[in-house]
Write a protein that binds this ligand. Structure first.
Ligand SMILES: [Fe+2]
Ligand SMILES: [Fe+2]
Length: 138
């Protein structure tokens, strides 16, 4: 890994909602932790992944549930499309994680870390920012 791969919080990531912003920061810490464990030591990476991935996916789902509850409560017109993005990410991560843990796929921790990072930053800037008007009044 190199220093430039880590996520640094930026003000324009904010959706003006304390709870959602703090979950985003926590998820960024998680992604940075995964990047930080990408050492190329296969055994250490696998041991780390086995422990960290389930809680990570669970927290991501909890975060998506938080956003979806706000969007539903505010009758947000983009709810369905936004939820579909969330569901697809959980499905992808769960499939990748199951395949790796079952030995059907070789773990490349840095690749997974950067996949989550890139999805997450794009999603915040595209979908979460679009929902900002509904998030900020909740
Ligand atoms: Fe989000
Ligand atoms: Fe979202």
């Amino acid at each position: 890994m190199s220093q430039s791969e880590f996520i640094v919080w930026q003000r324009n990531y904010s959706v003006d909602n304390k709870e959602i912003d703090s979950q985003h920061k926590e998820l960024m810490n998680f992604v940075n932790d995964v990047i930080g464990h990408s050492t190329g030591d296969r055994k250490a990476e696998f041991d780390y992944f086995s422990l960290a991935i389930k809680p990570g996916i669970n927290f991501l789902q909890k975060h998506f549930d938080t956003e979806q509850a706000v969007m539903l409560a505010q009758n947000y017109e983009g709810y369905q499309g936004h939820k579909t993005e969330h569901d697809k990410m959980i499905e992808n991560l769960t499939r990748i994680s199951d395949d790796i843990l079952a030995g059907r796929q070789v773990l490349n921790l840095l690749e997974i870390a950067l996949f989550i990072r890139d999805w997450f930053l794009n999603h915040i800037q595209e979908f979460d920012q679009k929902a900002k008007d509904c998030f900020k009044y909740s």
